[in-house]
Write a protein that binds this ligand. Structure first.
Ligand SMILES: [Zn+2]
Ligand SMILES: [Zn+2]
Length: 200
């Protein structure tokens, strides 16, 4: 992971093809396959100086300033074939768009089919009606994760008070407004009306 420190001064960045499959990407935590492009970021630590590696594509999405600097400094050996900086910038834009579109509970939506069931009462949620997505705590082994669940608007109040519900009752309305990215404002208002007063 960390290259053997050398006497000569090392550049702050380095782009190369991975020389083995032993390094791990510090962004996605997966291994970097041999011959895959990687970006090294020089780290001066108490145990010496060396490069911490990232897939070049991971770095493009998460550490664009390092990629820009490395390209600016031409931090690679002559002859290395690299994607253009523009391509890498587009990768980042796409990753950001995907992130902006990803919805996190709580949010409201209209049930696209009549097949989903309310996880609170077990009854079907009618097609085209509002359904509310909340987060429920589910454990896998000793890991606890939030899983999205669908509930009827009328079941939201009770579900928010359930012990394994990870969506907070406090601030729920604002969170739902912020999370319901696919719904028009009047629809969100309609969903909130269907949910009703959460205070009692
Ligand atoms: Zn990676
Ligand atoms: Zn229900």
């Amino acid at each position: 992971m960390v290259d053997e420190p050398s006497e000569e001064e090392q550049a702050p960045h380095k782009i190369e093809k991975a020389r083995s499959s032993r390094s791990k990407c510090r962004t996605c935590r997966r291994k970097i396959d041999k011959d895959t492009l990687r970006l090294g970021i020089l780290l001066e630590g108490p145990y010496g100086t060396g490069y911490l590696w990232h897939h070049l594509k991971c770095a493009a999405k998460r550490r664009p300033e390092d990629v820009e600097e490395a390209y600016g400094a031409k931090a690679w050996e002559d002859g290395l074939e690299l994607p253009s900086l523009d391509e890498l910038r587009k990768l980042k834009e796409k990753a950001e768009e995907a992130k902006a579109k990803r919805k996190d509970p709580p949010y409201a939506e209209k049930a696209p089919t009549g097949r989903s069931k309310c996880k609170h009462c077990g009854e079907a949620i009618a097609q085209g009606s509002f359904r509310i997505v909340l987060a429920r705590e589910v454990s896998f082994g000793n890991q606890v994760r939030a899983t999205p669940i669908n509930v009827h608007p009328g079941c939201v109040g009770a579900e928010l008070r359930a012990e394994d519900c990870m969506t907070e009752l406090e601030g729920f309305e604002a969170a739902l407004r912020g999370g319901s990215k696919d719904l028009a404002e009047e629809d969100v208002a309609g969903a909130l009306e269907a949910i009703g007063n959460l205070d009692d």
